[in-house]
Ligand binder design. Structure first.
Ligand code: DC
Length: 220
């Protein structure tokens, strides 16, 4: 059976993670949340006392930071400098406030580019049926030839409500503005992607729309 690559892009709280997790469990795909990779790099750079304006210092820090991967069930996690950053730190206010600024730096994106593409090799080695990767530039930059590319979006008020329901404080609109307007790999709907507005859909309905064409291709 062939190995499938599924790209899911969209803004914060658009439903990407729930959808990617559901696909991963239904089709036995490795789930890769690239937002958590940018968060982990941000956490480590902040720990080193760096800020996104110190571009040269950030570049030097990145050059000496080895990146590793831990496969935990169906989920891939990044190790930065041999450390798995705890979830509470990844989703905490300091990282929320800084991550879009670090993610806009070409050096940060370059540090993750080959690493993210190499996740396909890891998924194959672990005998997954494919991988589902979520982020902002997966269908445009990382895997433009993915077997399926989806773009999820929803009204900002609905997305803010979802984040608040998760108990998270996160200025979604501001992060989306930064992510969509940056020069390096901005958030945009990949040409030819299946575009889904999830504002008035339940997450089950979003998952059903995304799963349909994949199930048809896999004969599942
Ligand atoms: O998906 P998330 O909200 O956890 O992502 C955190 C930040 O990481 C997001 O504001 C922008 C950045 N990001 C990115 O630039 N490219 C990706 N492929 C994934 C995330």
């Amino acid at each position: 059976m062939s190995f499938l690559i599924i790209a899911i892009d969209g803004g914060a709280a658009a439903g990407k993670s729930t959808t990617a997790r559901a696909l991963s469990s239904r089709f036995n795909f490795l789930h890769i949340d690239t937002g958590s990779y940018y968060r982990a790099l941000t956490a480590e750079l902040l720990r080193r006392g760096l800020n996104p304006a110190e571009v040269t210092a950030v570049e030097s820090a990145l050059a000496e930071l080895p990146l590793g991967t831990v496969v935990d069930g169906r989920r891939a996690q990044i190790e930065v400098g041999g450390r798995l950053v705890p979830e509470a730190e990844l989703r905490g206010p300091a990282v929320n406030a800084a991550v879009s600024h670090f993610a806009a730096l070409p050096a940060v994106r370059a540090a993750l580019l080959a690493y993210q593409r190499d996740q396909a090799r890891i998924a194959r080695e672990h005998r997954f049926a494919g991988l589902v990767m979520e982020g902002r530039d997966i269908g445009t930059v990382i895997f433009p030839d993915a077997d399926f590319r989806f773009f999820l979006h929803a009204d900002p008020e609905e997305r803010a409500r979802r984040r608040a329901a998760e108990g998270q404080q996160d200025s979604i609109a501001e992060r989306d503005r930064l992510d969509s307007t940056r020069k390096a790999a901005p958030l945009l709907c990949p040409p030819g992607a299946i575009d889904i507005d999830s504002t008035f859909l339940s997450l089950d309905e979003v998952v059903a729309r995304v799963s349909g064409p994949i199930a048809a291709q896999m004969g599942a």
